[in-house]
Write a protein that binds this ligand. Sequence first.
Ligand code: NI
Length: 225
Amino acid sequence: MLLHIPNVLSPDQVARMRQRLEAAEWTDGRETVGVQGAKVKHNLQLPDTSPLREELAREVLKALARHPVYHAATLPLRTLPPRFNRYEGGGEYGFHVDGAVMSLPNGEQLRSDISCTLFLAEPDNYEGGELVISDTYGEHEVKLPAGDLIVYPSSSLHRVMPVTRGARLAAFFWVQSLIRDDNRRRMLFELDTSIQTLTRTGADASAVLQLTGVYHNLLRQWSET
Ligand code: NI
């Protein structure tokens, strides 16, 4: 499921974050990928151990924790603390697939089910930089307003187009979901969304309760912890 989640960060939050990032020290993005990725990755990242990265990552995680749509769509079990990247001067990231297993700071492992990109620069401040996601339905180009998030299956091939003017700033991270299978996760999200709509529009309460029971029982059947 490819899902655009608007307004994860407020305009104020984005502006403050961007100001901090403009003054930051960046390193070569190839430091955090394997051999396959290193050949096609040309961007800059905040070093994993930089205090700024840790501080901004906490702020993003806090914003995600408050966001009901993000929760309903991802059903997160573990989340890799966000990293921050910058593309400029023709920087790009060619087609690649994200690593399946990653290490969390506490030593635990995370299986990457969902890839997330949080856009931090306004689209008209840079040329290019589209995130292109290739799945069974073809290729999708994504370039969102600052503060908006895209979530997509980590199993997909994807790339970032060259940035030919200005700079593209973003946060990116991975989620291991309670629901490993993308189709099941999408069905649960649709069911959840329908239940919310039925509740809001005053549908028959006992029917809504029964559907809510179905939602939780499916979650019980399918979730892995
Ligand atoms: Ni990737």
